[in-house]
Write a protein that binds this ligand. Structure first.
Ligand code: NOJ
Length: 547
């Protein structure tokens, strides 16, 4: 979040120039693309997802020239810039809405979804259940109700109207022409509503994305579209489209994420295995985006009521930790600062199928502040040093957009980049090392994932298989066996991998040799409490990590 990363001018808010000044840090960490949540003109009532002008940058964050500079400097480091585009709605401060409410027959009269009643679309669920009682709000100016999937200050655009669709294309072109490499399509399932449907992934929505993709492929080849679709695997996968009629290049894997957290506490791998087996294959030119945390609450919409209650009990025992249908905490506090759990969770993140996304600050195990409202709890300033304002800003501490975390365990005096750089065994160095080991093995980025059978309910085992042909990574095939134990005590486990019978296994980090796979294809391993292995099958040459 630009707002939370570095403040270059001492006004208390992070900005683009500040971000530019820390690109070296991100490059050192191994980050190769930045997803920037909205930095457009906005009253900031929804963290910038309430946009009042899609072609202007909020002055607190910088200027278009500074943005161009960011793109150039990122590209110099071989880093991509992905911007966030909340195309489904605008702020009620957007000029389009102001004109729409004032002049129903004017050029913007149909830009939003207006109705004389608040009873249309009864099948459409409310997303922000903590604050909204209806998806309709009465506008006293136009004397009609307007539709909104999110906050009542965020009216939904009317995608039925060709001028709205053209305005979206126009915005995309504006940012593409500035050199951005991709767009996260915010709230993408909700573009169109229908009388009978639930307003999530309606056929017209998919048709629109196909048009957008065709335009991108034609005019901006090589740039990507990422779908934010918080839905079940089969539904999310529809946002990939097909090879013939592609939609997005990438979609966030919402179903997998909460199940990682479920496994960590239940000590059961079964539910994660079930959802990984269900996760539909992406077309060859598309892929999943995997994440543990982001700027939103840890959403529990994609789990059953029983699992949800269990997760609230484990992870949100204080009601202040909850938000909507989810948990508004950061990664380290969720895992009670357990180094074993943090490592296990990251090892999963970096070896599951798809591109891993990190949330700023999680690489140092930053804490949160549940006394702040809504999702601000985990949007506090990045902690760079133990100095004033954690090195984030030179402003008077009272002027910061949010206070720095000062809790007992996560106080910025203890948790900051500078001190973790100075400790070779810090979480920061560990995360960086894992990222670099992952990058050295194309199987993680390009290979298939096949779940293996085990005889222990706490163990997840899969193999990442890469044929090694037809890519710039050379033609060496590689198979990596990944084993994770969620048990809260050491375990011994037998894994079945017939096709590897007789092969020797080598630890990917240190190159250490493991026992040879038995002739019947079984492998017996012991794992310490909440630990994992990444093992190269059959070739010591490729194993052996960096330190
Ligand atoms: C999804 C974004 O991630 C979230 O932060 C925002 O509140 C909603 N979309 C509405 O734009």
């Amino acid at each position: 979040m630009v707002r939370g990363f570095v403040d270059s001018n001492g006004d208390g808010s992070g900005d683009l120039s500040g971000l530019i000044s820390r690109l070296d840090y991100l490059q050192w960490l191994g980050v190769d693309a930045l997803w920037l949540p909205p930095f457009y003109m906005s009253p900031l009532k929804d963290g910038g997802y309430d946009v009042s002008d899609f072609k202007a940058i909020l002055p607190d964050f910088g200027t278009v020239d500074e943005f161009k500079d960011l793109v150039t400097k990122a590209h110099e480091r071989n880093m991509r810039i992905v911007i966030d585009y909340p195309l489904n709605h605008t702020s009620d401060q957007h000029d389009w809405f102001q004109q729409s409410r004032a002049d129903p027959t004017g050029p913007y009269g149909d830009f939003y979804v207006w109705s004389d009643t608040d009873e249309k679309y009864p099948n459409i669920r409310i997303i922000f259940v903590d604050t909204e009682e209806s998806n309709w709000t009465f506008d006293p100016v136009r004397r009609q109700f307007f539709f909104h999937r999110f906050f009542s200050h965020q009216p939904d655009l009317n995608f039925e109207h060709p001028a709205v669709r053209e305005a979206v294309f126009d915005t995309v072109r504006f940012w593409m022409d500035l050199g951005v490499d991709g767009i996260r399509l915010d709230a993408i399932p909700y573009l169109f509503e229908s009388e009978d449907g639930n307003g999530e992934g309606e056929p017209e929505t998919h048709a629109f994305i196909r048009e957008l993709r065709a335009m991108m492929d034609r005019d901006y080849p090589g740039r990507i579209l990422i779908a934010e679709a918080n839905q079940w695997p089969q539904e999310v996968a529809q946002f990939f489209g097909t090879e013939e009629e592609p939609e997005c290049h990438m979609a966030f894997d919402f179903p997998v994420m909460p199940r990682i957290f479920y496994s960590l506490r239940s000590q059961q791998a079964g539910e994660l295995i079930r959802i990984l087996s269900e996760t539909t294959e992406a077309p060859p030119t598309a892929g999943w985006g995997v994440f543990l945390r982001n700027h939103d609450e840890l959403t529990l919409e994609m789990v059953s009521e029983e699992y949800r209650q269990a997760m609230y009990g484990w992870y949100a025992y204080d009601p202040r930790m909850r938000s909507n249908i989810g948990i508004r905490r950061r990664l380290a506090p969720l895992l009670d600062n357990s180094r074993a759990e943090l490592e296990l969770a990251h090892a999963l993140l970096f070896s599951l199928k798809g591109s891993p996304f990190l949330y700023y600050g999680d690489e140092i195990g930053m804490g949160d502040n549940i006394w702040l409202p809504d999702r601000d709890s985990s949007r506090t300033p990045m902690q760079w040093t133990p100095d004033r304002n954690a090195g984030f800003s030179t402003a008077d501490p009272g002027k910061l957009y949010l206070p720095i975390v000062q809790s007992l365990v996560y106080n910025y005096n203890l948790i900051n980049v500078e001190s973790q750089l100075a400790q070779s065994r810090s979480l920061l160095h560990w995360v960086r090392n894992v990222i670099h080991v992952r990058k050295a093995h194309p199987a993680f980025g390009l290979g298939t994932l096949r779940i293996l059978e085990t005889d222990h309910e706490s163990v997840l085992a899969f193999v990442r298989e890469y044929e090694g042909t037809g890519t710039q990574f050379g033609d060496s095939p590689e198979n990596i066996l990944c084993v994770f134990s969620f048990a809260h005590n050491p375990v011994s486990v037998k894994i079945q991998a017939e096709e590897f019978a007789g092969s020797t296994l080598f630890d990917l980090f240190g190159g250490g040799q493991f026992p040879t796979v038995e002739d019947d294809g079984s492998i017996t391993l012991t794992l310490g409490t909440q630990s994992f292995y990444w093992l190269h099958v059959g070739d010591s040459h490729f194993a052996g990590g960096r330190s």
